[in-house]
Design a protein around this ligand. Structure first.
Ligand SMILES: [Fe+2]
Ligand SMILES: [Fe+2]
Length: 492
């Protein structure tokens, strides 16, 4: 049996800690072409697995097979293997050793990683994305946040060609052409399954938190007549272990809204959880939006109220670090782009009078104002396809993320993207790579880990993204730190 490979022929695992409670885990297994039974052996020492689950059937090509393991030790490193017995009972194999860490207690140091805009379009490079995935795996973070424009089903209905990372049927030179948007549920499922075959290279050991982008077929107004609004959440529910706050009280966030007409599933697109000394908040400015720009973009009052109470409770509880994750600011500049230069716009940052005019009954405070009042440490956002490290005058770090997978990127491309995004300040650097954040009791450190494709045997021909002079894989091209001040409650 192939345990981890790409393009849907593998048995892949996707895990979520704290589900349903802090000392538990969900392991979702998927295989396109294997049937039989599977079990999980696990323990707290590498190479030793004194506990084993009962075997359950592996559903070939269907929705995922799911293990729920409870009773784990708090704040503890675990190691596990998946045992697979094919139908017929002979030829059983074990996966390599995987790992996970149960929910961190306050005072426990940890790291996590973030990437944004993998796209899977004609400007995506599969080998570069695989290099970024590998780089993140070797960081051994507790989890990964993906900040959207990930499944890209609002633009494309086909999988990518595995050889050079271009859309099947399109040449690398005709980047303006792509396949049309997803129009059937089968196409939607195929995109989600295809992406899983790549994420599956690391999600056995790194829980993946999905945050919606604008190209995920989940934008309320633009897709209001499209059944994709139902297909996309269903595919996320079936193939990924995203939080389900209605069923997993370790997480807070979306639960079905009263009077909600759309069929949305328990897999949430806005949610929060605590880990160590930090609060993590993922936001979705699409589901509830009534337009595609300015005040038409919104969290919606239920999500806004939930954000307000989530931040207030964390402040009351003395949580030291608070991180916000979303694809783009709610409003922003042209095409929802930009960082600190557009923070004062629309729902994200309008003054009280303007906010009250446009959001009557919401209490008069913009999102940014809520973040300032609660000493939010950093806002991590994507959408603009360039690394921009900025700090707002109000003390909040605004970190725009690079893509993990963009082909043919360089300084002039970064400059062009920054100009398009309206960025006037900050450290601006080209794609591609990921962000690694390390958190301990007193400080936060964020690093831009650059990706360059290592020479390997898989026939990679695009020289632009290969390692070489000045191109060292996993080089740290920028970083920032902050230190917690107990008297102010800020990390600066
Ligand atoms: Fe994007
Ligand atoms: Fe985007």
């Amino acid at each position: 049996m192939t345990v981890t490979c790409v393009n849907g022929t593998a048995l892949t695992a996707s895990i979520l800690l704290g589900s349903p409670t802090s000392n538990s885990i969900v392991i979702k297994l998927f295989s396109a072409d294997q049937s039989g039974s599977v079990s999980v052996s696990y323990g707290t020492t590498p190479g030793s697995y004194p506990s084993i689950t009962s075997p359950i059937a592996l559903i070939t090509g269907g929705i995922t097979t799911e293990f729920n393991i409870g009773g784990l030790l708090a704040d503890t490193q675990y190691y596990y293997k998946i045992n697979y017995t094919p139908t017929g009972g002979t030829g059983g194999v074990q996966t390599p050793e995987y790992r996970f860490h149960t929910a961190r207690n306050p005072g426990s140091a940890f790291s996590f990683v973030i990437e944004a805009d993998p796209h899977w379009d004609v400007n995506s490079d599969i080998y570069l994305f695989r290099q970024t995935l590998q780089n993140m795996l070797t960081d051994q973070p507790d989890f990964l946040l993906d900040l959207g424009d990930t499944f890209f089903t609002e633009k494309h209905n086909q999988a990518l060609d595995k050889t050079e990372g271009v859309l099947i049927g399109n040449s690398t030179t005709s980047k303006s052409t792509g396949s049309p948007p997803v129009s059937t549920e089968a196409q939607m499922v195929a995109r989600y399954r295809f992406n899983r075959s790549y994420f599956g290279l690391i999600t056995h050991s790194i829980p993946l938190f999905l945050v919606n982008g604008n190209h995920e077929s989940e934008w309320g107004t633009r897709n209001s007549t499209s059944p994709g609004l139902n297909w996309a959440p269903k595919a996320r529910l079936d193939y990924y272990a995203n939080p389900k706050p209605a069923l997993q009280p370790f997480y807070s966030g979306y639960t079905k809204l009263s009077g909600e007409s759309l069929v949305r599933y328990d897999s949430a697109t806005w949610y929060s959880w605590r880990w160590g000394d930090a609060l993590f908040v993922a936001l979705d400015p699409y589901w509830m939006s009534t337009g595609s720009s300015g005040w038409g973009l919104t969290l919606g009052k239920p999500q806004y109220d939930w954000l307000k109470s989530t931040l207030a409770q964390a402040t009351l509880d003395g949580v030291k670090f608070k991180f916000i994750f979303l694809h783009n600011l709610v409003g922003g500049g042209t095409s929802m782009r930009g960082g600190i230069e557009v923070v004062n716009q629309y729902e994200w940052g309008a003054d009280t009078t303007t906010f009250n005019t446009n959001r009557p009954g919401w209490g008069g405070k913009s999102i940014h104002q809520l973040l300032v009042e609660n000493n939010v440490t950093a806002v991590f956002h994507g959408h603009d396809h360039v690394y921009v490290n900025q700090i707002h005058a109000d003390g909040i770090r605004y970190q725009e993320l690079p893509q993990p997978s963009a082909r043919n990127t360089n300084a002039s491309g970064a400059s062009a993207n920054a100009t398009t995004g309206g960025y006037l300040s900050g450290t601006i650097l080209p794609n591609s790579g990921h962000i690694r954040v390390t958190v301990d009791q007193t400080s936060v450190q964020s690093e831009y880990v650059r990706s360059w494709v290592e020479p390997t045997s898989y026939g990679y021909s695009l020289t632009t993204n290969k390692v070489g002079t000045g191109k060292t894989n996993k080089s740290i091209d920028d970083s920032w730190t902050c230190t917690y001040n107990a008297s102010t409650g800020k990390c600066q």
